[in-house]
Design a protein around this ligand. Structure first.
Ligand SMILES: *Cc1c(COP(=O)(O)O)cnc(C)c1O
Length: 334
């Protein structure tokens, strides 16, 4: 029985083509700036997303941390979603390691932050307060795509208020594919962007942070400080380059599979949130542990949550999605 793992899009295994690219990668010591494949990946993403420079890092968490620390000094503040990864799911790193104060705000239904609320949260220039320095957005946000018009507003807003604007674009390409636009249409509004190669793009490891040359030079220094300076990292960067060349447009398949899953579960009587990209949220209430255990007997790996998140990815086929729907139907009959 092949396992169907819907817990996250981080569970994908590298394909034969990707492993081949990794095995054949030219490498050097990246701390000396001498790994040609890392240099190529950084240049490629900077070019694709419209930035002067980029930095390859092991994880999205490190990428976001370096960005927050490069934008903010000790005693500065970043404004961020209460449910955002950079605030809620990174171990409080900005505060612990950067001495940066978060100012979390409730995320709106569409995944955005209300700019009037952001304006109200910005602190006056007064020594009682932390210095508001940065607004951090996330796209996709729990599978939701932020409207391009909102991003343009956020750009104008942050210029007006003197804030920098960072994007946690762990799933930037899911948003771009969903909108049917070049990723640059999204990234053009930001001062810095972090992209994960290890989510839907299918690489085993890696994220890339993009920004100005000065910003990336600062982030590079910080990367060494937090222990993220890797040596012959070209074998990992090769997987990222392969992912950029081969795995972007196919994200549309994951989105179609998520739609299919959402519709199937809705037809079976489940309460499903509207599906936009590769995430399906279903209300399981007190049945969270029971469905997880039941699905496990059918070879399906789920998280246990009252608001259950299921994530489609390249290692889950359409036929397997039909199996998952059938399993939920069977569960609801019991
Ligand atoms: C996964 C993720 C990250 C961080 O990724 P890691 O590589 O797991 O550290 C950051 N932001 C978002 C929105 C993510 O989904």
């Amino acid at each position: 029985m092949s396992v169907i793992d819907l817990r996250s899009d981080t569970v994908t295994q590298p394909t034969a083509g990707m492993l081949d690219a990794m095995a054949n990668a030219a490498t050097g010591d990246d701390v000396y700036g001498e790994d040609p494949t890392v240099n190529r990946l950084e240049a490629e993403l900077a070019r694709r997303l419209g930035f002067a420079a980029a930095l390859f890092v092991p994880t999205g968490t490190m990428s976001n941390l370096l960005s927050l620390m490069a934008h903010c000094e000790r005693g500065d503040e970043y404004i961020v979603g209460q449910q955002a990864h950079t605030y809620k799911y990174e171990g409080g790193g900005a505060a612990v390691l950067g001495s940066i104060q978060p100012q979390p705000l409730e995320v709106q239904a569409d995944g955005s932050l209300d700019l009037a609320q952001v304006a109200a949260a910005i602190k006056p220039d007064d020594f009682h307060f932390a210095r508001s320095r940065l607004l951090a957005l996330e796209n996709t946000m729990q599978g939701k795509v932020l409207p391009l018009e909102y991003l343009a507003q956020a750009r104008r807003f942050t210029r007006e208020y003197g804030l920098a604007l960072h994007l946690d674009g762990a799933r930037l390409y899911n948003a771009a594919v969903k909108l049917g636009v070049d990723a640059r249409e999204i990234t053009q509004h930001f001062d810095s962007v972090s992209v994960c190669l290890s989510k839907g793009l299918g690489a085993p490891v890696g994220s890339v942070l993009c920004g100005t040359a000065e910003f990336i030079a600062k982030a590079r220094r910080l990367r060494k400080m937090v222990g993220g300076g890797m040596r012959q990292a070209g074998i990992l960067a090769a997987a990222g380059l392969y992912a950029l060349d081969n795995n972007i447009q196919r994200l549309a398949d994951d989105h179609a599979n998520a739609q299919l899953l959402g519709e199937g579960l809705r037809a079976a009587g489940y309460e499903v949130e509207p599906v936009q990209t590769n995430m399906v949220y279903v209300k399981m209430g007190d049945k969270a542990e029971a469905i997880k255990a039941f699905a496990a007997t059918r070879g399906i790996k789920l998280s246990a949550a009252a608001r259950l998140r299921m994530v489609t990815h390249m290692d889950v086929s359409r036929a397997q999605i039909e199996q998952v729907v059938a399993t939920f139907v069977e569960f609801s009959r019991n």
